[in-house]
Design a protein around this ligand. Structure first.
Ligand code: GDP
Length: 302
């Protein structure tokens, strides 16, 4: 239900348009595919991904000898799921350690929803009975530490912090010691997201990662890149920058509730080969969903 509500904007513009197209045409012809192509592009599915999709659709329509546009509908859904699920890097499950501490690092530029996502995920882990800690690693942005503390209080998770402006690597060190001494299961680490100074930002990230790696072999177990779905192609550019700079293991795509361009999920997966692990569908603590391509696509057309 929540999934359906959260995707209502994409559904209204994308799915409703596909439905309208399907009902308007008498037979599946070249014009039909051209209009479909346009709808997909406008949903931010991404040019390359759209081309692949249309090719495959045409082939399938020919193979099954489909004439009636209403029959194309289910093939579209199938192909959208298949585009996402191709390859083996599609699992949305997290690399959680069976025993000992799991460290999850969150990266991404300011304003994308990093802090909010950490809060939501902290809440999820807590309700699974796990002991969670948060590290206030964004010591740069004014108010970032306080904002994480607000989330910590809201979901009942302790936040490890230092004064604003201090060394984020030192915060991580502290947080790891605290997590060890409290026998925590999960440590969620915030990081700074200023992109004005890309080189410094990436250096800082590297340093933070090194401290984590040194203190806990095999950590960080996940590096989740948070992207704002409403920023479209900008999100793609950010993803490429971060992918080049660090080993991103998954994407959290936030604010899908605020965009009609939900096709960006497919573009990210297809063009970057990084799995989308979570989607944000609102500002409240329950508004984070594990991503599943089938559920997503069929949710759009439900
Ligand atoms: P940060 O700078 O990356 O830590 O971003 P914040 O966590 O502070 O989020 C920026 C704004 O986006 C806040 O107003 C959040 O409430 C909002 N936000 C975050 N995730 C979502 C989401 O999934 N949906 C919506 N509608 N808003 C979100």
């Amino acid at each position: 239900e929540k999934f359906k509500d959260g995707l209502s904007k994409t559904r209204n513009s994308f799915s409703d348009r596909v439905n309208e197209l399907v009902s308007r045409y008498r037979k599946v012809d070249e014009d039909f595919f051209e209009e479909l192509e346009e709808i997909l592009i406008q949903a931010d599915v991404g040019f390359d991904t759209v081309m692949t999709l249309i090719e495959e659709l045409k082939r399938e329509v020919q193979r099954k000898n489909i004439q009636d546009p209403t029959e194309v509908q289910s093939v579209i859904s199938e192909k959208l799921v298949a585009i996402y699920d191709r390859g083996d890097n599609t699992s949305s499950s997290l690399n959680i350690q069976e025993s000992g501490l799991t460290v999850i690092l969150f990266v991404g530029v300011n304003g994308v929803g990093k802090t909010t996502t950490i809060g939501k995920l902290g809440h999820q882990f807590k309700s699974e009975g796990k002991k969670v800690l948060m590290a206030a690693g964004d010591t740069f942005r004014a108010g970032a530490i306080e904002q994480l503390e607000v989330w910590g209080e809201r979901v009942g998770v302790e936040v490890i912090k230092q004064a604003a402006g201090s060394d984020p690597a030192a915060v991580m060190y502290d947080a790891i010691q605290a997590a060890k001494s409290r026998n925590a299961d999960i440590l969620l680490c915030d990081t700074a997201g200023r992109l004005q100074n890309k080189v410094n930002l990436m250096k800082e990230l590297e340093k933070v990662k090194r401290v984590i790696e040194r203190e806990i072999p095999g950590a960080p177990h996940e590096v989740l890149l948070v992207l704002d779905a409403t920023t479209g192609q900008n999100a793609m550019i950010q993803a490429k920058t971060f992918k080049d700079a660090t080993d991103v293991t998954g994407i959290v795509l936030t604010k899908l509730d605020g965009t009609a361009k939900g096709g960006i999920v497919l573009a990210i997966r297809n063009e970057l080969d990084i799995p989308v692990k979570f989607v944000g569908l609102g500002e409240k603590m329950d508004d984070l969903q594990t991503f599943n391509a089938e559920q997503y696509v069929y949710g759009l057309f439900a």
